[in-house]
Structure formats: structure tokens, C-alpha cells
Design a protein around this ligand. Sequence first.
Ligand SMILES: [Zn+2]
Length: 114
Amino acid sequence: MYCSHCGKEVLNEAYVCPACGCKIAGNDDRLSSLSIVGFVLAFLMPLIGFVVSIIANSCAKHNGDEKSATFAKAGTVIAACLMIIYILVIVVSGIFIGSAIISNMTVTAAVAVA
Ligand SMILES: [Zn+2]
């Protein structure tokens, strides 16, 4: 049989193509390891998890692996949400720290003038 992704000839019992690393449709109904990695990374490192999940999603779609594609899609959504939350936290804490420094300087300046 042939890999549905790159077209290379692969063993009939193979469930991952040795040439391109993609799952071979129909030989395995587990979730693709790439989609699981992407999902886990979405929580730990959203940016990397986002990229890995997108790759896993397109790879799974190419192989007709609906389950892994859906799982990878969930990974991209979670990674995107966490990235937004992290950015907001950084921006908000930046504003707080910034305004704290400014008000500190104002107090120091007022004391110095007085
Ligand atoms: Zn292949």
C-alpha cells in the first residue's frame, strides 16, 4: 500500500509513514501522537502547542482521521485562548507596575519640592 500523504510505498501493517511521519488512514484508530503532543503543549507552552496542533490538524485531515483532527482543533482553540489570557495578564500587570512606579516618582518629587 501507499502513504496517502506523500505517496511513498509503506508496509501494509505500518500505521505511521516512515518517510513523512504521517498516520496511515485505517490502520490505527487511536489519536495521532502529534495531536496529543499539541494538546498537552497547548497548556504548557501555548505558542508551541498552537503551531503543533495546527500541523497535527492538517496532517490528520489529510489522512482522513476525523478524531485526531477534532482533537488537534481543540488544541489550537485552547492554545489560542491561553495565549490571549497570558498576553492580557502581562499587559495588565505591566500597566499596574508602570502606574505604581509613576505614582512613586510623583510622591518622591512632591516630597523633594516640599
Ligand atoms: Zn508519507
